[in-house]
Design a protein around this ligand. Sequence first.
Ligand SMILES: [Zn+2]
Length: 248
Amino acid sequence: MNAPKISPISAGSCWSCKAATNGVAFCPNCGKIQPVFAQANYFELFALPRKLGIGMNDLEQEFLQQSWKLHPDNFVNASESEKETSLQRSSKLNDAHRVLRDPVARVEYLLEIEDMRKEGEHKQQAPPELLEEVFELNESLDELRDAKSAGADVTALRSKLKAAQQNFQTKLSEVDAELQTAAKQWDAAQDANAADADKKAIMQHLNELLNRRSYIRNLVDGVEKELSAGALDQPPSDLQRDLPGAGS
Ligand SMILES: [Zn+2]
């Protein structure tokens, strides 16, 4: 009764000795490596419940332990198919580790496996409360491009854009804080075994936050690109050529 509440992994039996494996990586009876089930999700690979608060130390330790067990050195004398299986497991383990250690990717992944978020179906609309600032930002970006191609002084425009970028960076931190709060709500709902409708409402909120985050992220990156493009626009120096080479 004290067993952790983990969604059941596709149970199976060992390909070698036919003992029940319950989806674990190595047969509890004969120790042979078992194929990874396609439908096993990243949380299951780490024997974690579908919750968003994950202890990083535990995750890292579990990752190292599993990686070590799957290391090719351990399969030198194994059959080709066991070698192949260990590589597949390793690769899925690496994917799972990369996603679960990243708090934002973790939320995205949870929503995907809960069928609340489809890859490539995210709306990239400006959040209504940001419309005005986004409009202003785009205007400044246009001005900067125009000024650059006209060879005009862009110092003032650049600092205006830097300030706007800083402003959106702050908003990004605010979204991240909201994401953390919503993630805690999700975990509490999971612990309390809340009604599906309640969980769905939390996931919808998480999804909106992710969309807003990715929208603002793109804005910040876009400004960064435009600002650093300016820095690279310096004409190449001819002086360099005339300097004595270090090797001569
Ligand atoms: Zn076995």
